[in-house]
Design a protein around this ligand. Structure first.
Ligand SMILES: [Zn+2]
Length: 358
């Protein structure tokens, strides 16, 4: 059994090197999509992809991490553990691991990319416009996005009071749904499709357009009870009946629209997959591994964003380290559980994908 804690890397560059070495050792072909930005030490930033199996596959298991930058520390650890003993694809199948979709965010300890864009709000399809914001977001903007460096200002008291006044569910939805108006604000979806999202979309279309079936799992951290995971999948995310998939994988799929659980977003990556790969049947699950309570995470996001825009943005500042902690806790028990949870879904999904007939 792999040492789960040892799979966590201290920074992007180390994680990248280890991923590439492990992938090579596992016999994978490596692809790299170079991005036009740099890390804090001037290092190159790439979306690295490990490909095991047929170069022209019918069935594909596609595992992605790090769409939210700093959340990639956990996804990268899961992929290293997976590469230690990867599921074996059939002769017409492929296992595709995408290491860090937002390397800028991982390297700079941000959830967003180089343009402050939340990439899981950036995949707008069918000509949807990069414009608009929930009405309530404008009301919350001064509270969420102060135009000053990090400081104690009573956020942890003020935010719940405002949520009570305006309605908890409405506030949660307005904050997290995605907005396209406040460029320096949290959950900004961008003014256009971002370079990384565009290049990865093109890569998918180049390499997976002929596949019959693609099972995508996108790993995130933050939402849900600490150390437990939630498998989010809306009814439009799966070509397979959710009940069938759920019984094959051994766990319930949770609809993100269920108000007590999560929230729906505009411009999500999962929803874009079936538009990018129209020939394939697509099943998609967004896996969330719980860390800290939502208010603690929102507070950490807010302070890091202030440091980025109104401090010097250096990655050793407490606001950076706090964001990393709330999305990838240092505690050994959390890390062991997170890797186990990540491996459980990846292995079950890969098994299901590679057992498909016809
Ligand atoms: Zn996320």
């Amino acid at each position: 059994m792999v040492n789960a804690e040892a799979c966590f890397s201290p920074d992007y560059e180390t994680a990248r090197t280890r991923f590439r070495e492990s992938a090579t050792h596992a016999g994978a072909a490596l692809h790299a999509i170079g991005l036009p930005t740099r890390g804090p030490r001037g290092e190159a930033l790439c979306i690295d992809i490990a490909w095991i199996g047929s170069p022209h596959p019918r069935n594909v298991f596609l595992h992605t991490t790090g769409l939210h930058g700093v959340e990639a520390f956990t996804g990268a650890a899961v992929q290293l553990a997976l590469l230690n003993a990867p599921p074996v694809p059939g002769s017409e199948d492929a296992l595709v691991l995408v290491h860090v979709l937002n390397p800028y965010g991982m390297a700079w300890l941000r959830r967003t990319n180089e343009n402050n864009v939340d990439l899981n709000r950036n995949f707008l399809v069918n000509g949807e416009r990069f414009a608009g914001a929930p009405e309530l977001y404008g009301v919350l903007d001064p509270l969420l996005n102060p135009t000053s460096a990090p400081a104690h200002d009573g956020f942890r008291v003020r935010a719940p009071a405002i949520a009570v006044k305006l309605g908890f569910h409405q506030v949660k939805h307005a904050i997290a749904e995605g907005q396209y108006e406040y460029e320096q604000g949290l959950f900004f979806g961008g003014r256009e499709l971002q370079p990384g999202a565009r290049m990865f979309s093109a890569w998918l279309q180049q390499h997976l357009s002929d596949a019959d079936y693609v099972f995508g799992v996108d790993l995130h951290t933050g939402l849900g009870r600490r150390g437990t995971d939630t498998w989010l999948s809306s009814s439009t995310d799966t070509a397979t009946a959710p009940a069938t998939l759920s019984s094959a994988l051994g766990r319930e799929l949770v609809d993100p629209a269920r108000p007590s659980v999560a929230y729906t977003v505009r411009g999500g990556y999962g929803a874009a997959l079936r538009h990018l790969l129209p020939r394939a049947k697509i099943d998609f699950i967004l896996q969330e591994i719980g860390t800290y309570p939502p208010l603690a995470i929102l507070h950490a996001l807010r302070e890091e964003n202030r440091w980025h825009f109104y401090g010097d943005g250096s990655i050793v500042h407490p606001a950076k380290l706090r964001l990393r902690e709330v999305l990838c806790p240092a505690a050994g028990d959390w890390r062991r559980r997170a890797v186990t949870r990540g491996l459980t879904l990846a292995c079950a999904a890969a098994r299901w994908t590679f057992s498909r007939k016809g």
